[in-house]
Design a protein around this ligand. Structure first.
Ligand SMILES: Cc1ncc(C[n+]2csc(CCOP(=O)(O)OP(=O)(O)O)c2C)c(N)n1
Length: 268
């Protein structure tokens, strides 16, 4: 049950994430971002959250905002329907990597392609965590989980490259344990007019604890020309999600203005 207290974003729901889960970092960054946007003048009732099914989906229980639990992989079609019905709303879709890069991948491609004016935040822990660790599209080759006890034989995808080539107009990567940095990305993504996508690297402390791997490689992107496709792609490809010694840039890679799906639909 959500607390009937409009002055804060806390709820009464018992938090059932593993103690120390970096999802707490994503929750805190989201709370700070939305609080700042409310202070800037966006009405609290104009935020709507959607989620898929998984550990990530519980985040909507922990935020005292309008929300809609969708089906596994169906957070984005729900979010797009809400935005089409009421363009005043700020719609934020929380998804897991299994949820969106496996079950719901076609919705991701088409939402980016049509530049739907929604924000997508991926809790990428590189496995289907709630169902005790099957491999996903971003699990590294060799990943040992309950469906791949001898190690996955597949190479992972680079989701930023996928969204970029599909037509996304705001493409970013954050780290769940760099809370202030992630907060800034979430604010910019929500303020962006068009399809905004944040891939959040979220170590799964129970099934795939890659905190050390990330913390040795992550660096914040310096200022780049955000409208240059060439620069964006170079930076997006700097780390290819395969294991290796490469640096992992986080920050905003690409941001361009284009008419949104909803604008085009209602002006046609
Ligand atoms: C259509 C469908 N397939 C499978 C499931 C079972 N299921 C529920 S949660 C889950 C794993 C979710 O993994 P992910 O989306 O990566 O989120 P995480 O738990 O890692 O945050 C699965 C496979 C389901 N609920 N619906």
């Amino acid at each position: 049950m959500k607390k009937n207290n409009l002055s804060n974003l806390e709820t009464y729901c018992k938090n059932t994430w593993c103690p120390g889960c970096p999802n707490f970092g994503i929750l805190e960054a989201t709370k700070r971002a939305i609080s700042e946007l409310i202070e800037k003048g966006i009405a609290k009732e104009n935020f709507v959250l959607t989620c898929g099914i998984g550990c990530h989906g519980k985040i909507v229980d922990y935020l005292n905002l309008n929300s809609f639990y969708s089906l596994h992989g169906r957070s984005l079609c729900t979010a797009q329907g809400i935005k089409l019905a009421n363009q005043n709303l700020k719609v934020i879709a929380f998804v897991g990597d299994g949820d969106i890069y496996n079950e719901g991948i076609s919705h991701l491609i088409h939402a980016a392609k049509r530049n739907s004016d929604i924000t997508v935040l991926v809790h990428d822990n590189r496995n289907f965590a709630l169902t005790v660790s099957q491999f996903t599209a971003t699990s590294p080759k060799g990943f040992k989980g309950s469906s791949t006890p001898k190690g996955s034989v597949e190479e992972p995808i680079n989701p930023l490259e996928l969204v970029f080539t599909s037509g996304g107009t705001f493409i970013a990567r954050g780290y769940a344990l760099k809370i202030e940095h992630l907060k800034e990305l979430i604010i910019k993504a929500i303020e962006h007019k068009g399809f905004s996508f944040i891939e959040v690297l979220q170590p799964c402390i129970t099934f795939f604890d890659n905190r050390k791997f990330y913390e040795e490689r992550i660096y914040e992107l310096p200022e780049i020309n955000l409208t240059s496709q060439k620069e964006a792609l170079e930076k997006i490809r700097e780390w290819d999600y395969k294991n290796g010694d490469k640096n992992i840039p986080i920050g905003l890679f690409y941001k361009v203005e284009k008419p949104t799906f909803e604008e085009l639909i209602f002006s046609s």
